[in-house]
Design a protein around this ligand. Structure first.
Ligand SMILES: [Zn+2]
Length: 422
């Protein structure tokens, strides 16, 4: 408690004495380097504008106009969630979702969730579609323009899928309402065009869904994936492929995907192939606590499912697949905002027996690498954007501490500096 008061006092005095708001020094008690898994002590991080300019062992003279005291905290790069759906509410069917919530509502809902995530320490999110008519691009642009404070958003635009998208089936009279959320693309020419359309409308990552849904009509071939990967890479973007099982994951891996999303039931052979090709797994393992709070119709089956996914995470780690953190929250539980719900996913990683230092790395440095943003974000170093969080205990010893962030700085601006009420 005393520490929090100290932080608040400094913050207030900082506000009162800002001469040049551009220059900030943060006195850091314990500075975490997630890439190396080490901590250095009693450092001073100097920030000018949005970026870190140096890391030293003492305050420069004269001291910057703003000095923030985090000398009793552990400070690390902002967290990243690489699988969000900020503007999506899972209310049964895609069509119902679209009809009930217009794009304006979904943008406002997405912004609220983006800000809740930032307050929980997530300074970068990769938003993987289901965002109506490119609402995700609008969210990104509104934050980049400074209209709102929010995380860096790497958005997918519309999800590219074989005809029918993620619908099990639909009577022909209903039409193709999924096209508000997806682009139907079958064959290499369709896929190429869909990637280009997404890029035109502001996508910063490309997302394919390859999902058999009991049959093969919802899946992509290696050739189709390859054209998406080539087009994405040519534009400097990465390719994420939703693939839950071997039959969809293998063509995605061989076709050049940068990440496999979910991969819930993939075999060790597929995980080994991912390791060999350097393809990331963003596993989105739902925590058991969420399964229980969601009151599933068949609790035993749902919990067994969740445990199997955690076991797959364990296997992936043991095999050496590069892992990045991603949640895939699409439902809201009472009393838990999107930031809190996302932090809950750390539970699955701990249950999988993954060491805390690797969990920290998966939520920061690895995530930045998958986004190809590691030169800008994911570390605390000279030249990086000042996306920093603080916690009250060593996250390399216990990753649970990341669920209780006490300080958040985004692009050099303090956005939070105390414990949250919920
Ligand atoms: Zn998803």
């Amino acid at each position: 408690m005393r520490k929090l008061i100290v932080i608040a006092t400094f913050a207030l005095s900082a506000c009162a004495s800002v001469a040049s708001a551009e220059s900030i020094a943060i006195k850091v008690g314990h500075l975490v380097d997630p890439a190396k898994g080490v901590v250095s002590h009693d450092r001073v991080v100097l920030i000018d504008g949005a970026k870190i300019v140096s890391i030293t062992d003492r305050l420069p003279s004269p001291a910057p106009s703003t000095v923030i005291d985090l000398s009793s905290s552990w400070v690390l790069p902002g967290l990243m969630d690489l699988h969000t759906h900020l503007s999506y509410d899972y209310t049964g069917t895609l069509c119902a979702n679209y009809v009930e919530h217009g794009n304006g509502y979904r943008a406002l809902m997405g912004m609220r969730r983006a800000q809740d995530m930032l307050a929980s320490g997530f300074t970068t999110v990769r938003d993987l579609g289901n965002a109506g008519n490119f609402v995700d691009t609008d969210l990104r642009k509104a934050i980049e323009a400074g209209l709102f404070v929010g995380p860096t958003i790497v958005n997918a635009g519309k999800i590219i899928a074989p005809f029918g998208a993620q619908q099990d089936s639909a009577p022909i009279e209903v039409g193709t309402c999924w096209q508000y959320e997806y682009i139907d693309a079958d064959g290499v020419d369709d896929v190429r065009k869909a990637v280009r359309k997404n890029i035109f409308y502001g996508a910063r990552v490309i997302k394919l869904v390859s999902d058999p849904r009991g049959q093969t009509h919802g899946t992509y071939t290696e050739e189709e994936v390859r054209v998406a990967a080539d087009e994405a890479h040519r534009a400097g973007l990465t390719l994420a492929v939703h693939a839950k099982e071997d039959m969809t994951a293998v063509p995605a891996i061989l076709g050049g995907a940068d990440s496999i999303e979910h991969g819930y039931t993939v075999s060790d052979a597929t995980l080994k192939l991912m390791k060999q090709k350097g393809v990331y797994l963003v596993g989105t393992e739902k925590p058991l606590s969420h399964v229980r709070l969601g009151k599933p119709a068949n609790p035993a089956a749902s919990e067994a499912n969740a445990r199997a996914r955690v076991e797959r995470l364990r296997r992936a780690y043991q095999i050496g697949v590069p892992l990045a953190f991603g949640s895939d929250v699409t439902e809201d539980l009472a009393g838990r905002d999107r930031g809190r719900m996302t932090s809950d996913f750390i539970e699955g990683w701990i249950d999988a027996g993954i060491p805390a230092d690797y969990i920290v790395k998966a939520m920061t440095f690895n995530a930045a690498k998958l986004l190809k943003l590691e030169a800008e974000r994911g570390s605390i170093a000279e030249g990086q954007y000042a996306d920093l969080i603080a916690v009250s205990a060593n996250p390399l010893a216990d990753a649970r501490t990341l669920a209780n962030v006490t300080f958040v700085m985004k692009n050099g601006k303090v956005v939070r500096r105390h414990d949250r009420a919920n």
